[in-house]
Design a protein. Structure first.
Length: 676
């Protein structure tokens, strides 16, 4: 059946493979099985030429596509029929052909409007029956003792279906996966360690995409089942997949960081210059961060929907699995350097649970807010932190003094501090590490293009943590001065850049959030600050930095007395400053009087603190309402548009990364023979 073609020069061209010849006849409209009852048995013994099949479909004109519909329906139907064949190679090749067929039809329908995927693949009348058959086969393959290559192809096929359209909710084929639920078999894969190590990434990704199908429009059975899931093995497996991927990213980042620290001066300079551009769109690190956004979204859905999942956040991870896709690592092809003789190995120790890993991951990705993609990732991190900081049990875990961890938080290189001065925290409760992370964000993102929304989310997490401490009267041994300094520095930045920032954003809302956090300390600090001395230090910082608060009040006064759009916000800001101004007005003359009596011009901090302690009794403050109240997090409607956009990005990245073509026949045969 082979033919030989010659070029004009007479040189021989490669012989066409038999499967390619069949494809050519197929796309001419021929029904090769008409007079050959064994045609399909023979066809599915031929290894599919995936790229050729895809290219041929993409080359079809709309008229040709219409004429070939019956052939496409027949191929789709025969692929499904062959999935029940006793010959294993036929099963694998039919599954691979299905992947290529469905994927290319989706692409073609997107390129050519006016066509329907269901109509081209199976016809409307038999669609439900065909999809039920297909999903039944997938369920059997995923839950029975079948080769990993076949399970891998099943998951890839399901991902092809789910990522067929940019907007998941407009993908009508997913409706059949809603009817025939795959939730239980996906959970079964997560419960089994070898299966999780091999397929966990695809399972969690698939589940996340299914959960987002029409989530704002109708009841989604995957949302319901994920919400009530209480299987500890499944929940732990879900968390371990996310931990493994984020941990691998952190490990690779740490190794790069370590190499830079131990390099020569010239190499360090080269790396420093290179790192200036590493966060640009298309840069290596940006691509790796985007690759993990799907798992961040999975983490968000689990925390947001399932309160039982919170119990897995601080559990020690013993699963040594790593994400199967190399796209989830940084320079994963390079061998890891020997760290045995390096004196900061203890700092580089692997994080031991999901929360620890997530905090370290946040400290890396939060360094990039200059790109839109980077900003979206950081926002997702803050929304996850918002959900965590609202949860009573999560807070109890983070504030448990018997659960302490040493977390390596990365810091953004800045001119006013030494390079590579990342903070390696001492062993401490996770609440302290979270506050370190938030303080670092506040201090390192004051720029002309201020990420206002991210600052509001960041301060919202700070506020939630403080409200929990106040409500439960929990005192942690934290250097609160770090937080106060960061907040005051932010206020000073807003005042100094008021003329520029006020044209673009409502800086009074952000200033109000800062002052309310100070008011929470002033009013309720005695319930959660570790010592009475901490309360004295708070007053000392307010008095020492009084000029900043005076300038904030003056700024608010200017806007509240005018008729601008921020008049009401400026008025609220000035009202919130009443106790801070009362403290300054009360203690300033007392300190001045004491200095005069002592003939001192430069008193020590201890001397000022002593004056503060002696004059508390005569200070009068107003009790402000609702300082320990906050609006509970709600995804809809405030963040709906963000998650739709984020999901589209994940779908696009997933669609490009699905690899169903690279199947090694020898490996498949070995897997089947080992099972039999």
């Amino acid at each position: 059946m082979t033919t030989r073609k010659r070029s004009g020069s007479g040189s021989k061209r490669q012989l066409k493979e038999k499967v390619v010849q069949i494809y050519e006849l197929f796309f001419k409209g021929d029904d090769l099985s008409k007079n050959n009852p064994t045609f399909w048995d023979e066809f599915f013994l031929l290894k599919p030429k995936v790229s050729y099949l895809e290219n041929e479909i993409m080359k079809l004109t709309p008229d040709q596509l219409t004429l070939l519909r019956d052939n496409l329906n027949l191929l789709f139907s025969q692929c499904i029929e062959t999935l029940s064949h006793e010959h294993n190679i036929r099963v694998v090749y039919s599954m691979q052909t299905l992947c290529a067929l469905v994927s290319s039809i989706y692409k073609k329908v997107t390129a050519e409007s006016g066509f329907d995927v269901i109509h081209l693949l199976m016809g409307f009348q038999s669609a439900e029956e065909k999809m039920q058959q297909l999903l039944h086969h997938c369920h059997v393959f995923l839950t029975s003792d079948t080769p990993d290559s076949l399970k891998n192809l099943c998951l890839k096929l399901l991902l092809v279906f789910v990522t067929g359209t940019e907007n998941v909710s407009q993908n009508t084929l997913i409706e059949y996966i809603m009817i025939t639920s795959m939730f239980e078999c996906l959970m079964q894969l997560l419960c089994d360690t070898p299966s999780r190590q091999m397929h966990g990434h695809d399972v969690v990704l698939l589940l996340t995409l299914l959960v987002n199908y029409r989530k704002y429009e109708a009841t989604n059975p995957y949302i319901v089942k994920l919400s009530i899931l209480d299987d500890e093995l499944a929940l732990n497996g879900y968390g371990q997949v996310i931990t493994a991927a984020l941990m691998e990213f952190c490990r690779q980042f740490n190794l790069q960081h370590l190499e830079a620290q131990n390099a020569s001066w010239l190499s360090s300079l080269t790396n420093m210059v290179g790192n200036m551009f590493i966060s640009e769109e298309g840069g290596v690190r940006t691509q790796q961060i985007r690759a993990n956004n799907a798992l961040l979204l999975a983490l968000y859905e689990a925390i947001h929907l399932n309160r039982n999942f919170i119990t897995t956040l601080a559990q020690t991870q013993t699963d040594t699995s790593s994400p199967p896709s190399p796209s989830n690592t940084l320079n994963s092809a390079h061998p890891a350097p020997d760290l045995s003789n390096m004196n900061i190995v203890d700092i580089m120790a692997q994080p031991s649970n999901l929360l620890v890993t997530f905090f370290q991951y946040c400290s890396i990705v939060m360094q990039d807010t200059k790109t839109e993609a980077g900003t979206h990732t950081v926002k997702l991190c803050f929304l996850i932190l918002s959900c965590i900081s609202e949860d009573q049990y999560a807070n109890s875990i983070m504030h448990d003094v018997s659960l302490t961890f040493k977390v390596h938080l990365h810091r953004l290189p800045m001119r006013h501090r030494k390079p590579f001065a990342d903070r390696a925290t001492s062993s401490q409760p996770l609440a302290s590490t979270l506050l370190d992370l938030l303080v670092e964000f506040i201090m390192s993102h004051m720029m002309k293009k201020l990420p206002m929304e991210l600052y509001l989310l960041c301060l919202g997490v700070v506020h939630r943590v403080l409200c929990y401490q106040k409500r439960c009267r929990i005192r942690i041994n934290y250097p609160w001065k770090d937080l106060w300094t960061a907040l005051i520095t932010l206020l000073r930045f807003l005042v100094q850049n008021e003329s520029n920032l006020s044209k673009k954003m409502n800086i009074f809302e952000l200033s109000l959030q800062v002052t309310n956090i100070f008011n929470l300390f002033i009013t309720y600090g005695d319930t959660f600050l570790p010592t009475p001395g901490s309360y004295d230090e708070l007053y000392y910082e307010i008095i020492r930095m009084h000029q900043v608060f005076d300038n904030v009040y003056s700024m608010g006064l200017r806007y509240s007395s005018g008729d601008g759009e921020f008049k009401d916000n400026a008025q609220k800001l000035n009202n919130s400053l009443i106790n801070i101004r009362a403290i300054i007005k009360h203690f300033a003359p007392k300190i001045e009087q004491w200095l005069t009596s002592q003939s001192l011009s430069t008193p020590s901090e201890d001397q000022i603190l002593e004056v503060v302690r002696k004059n508390y009794d005569s200070l009068t403050l107003k009790l402000q309402d609702s300082l320990d109240q906050y609006e509970r997090y709600s995804e809809k409607p405030k963040h709906s548009a963000f998650f739709i956009q984020m999901l589209r990005s994940v779908v696009g990245d997933t669609r490009q990364s699905i690899d169903y073509a690279s199947i090694n026949l020898q490996v498949i045969l070995q897997e089947f023979s080992s099972i039999s």
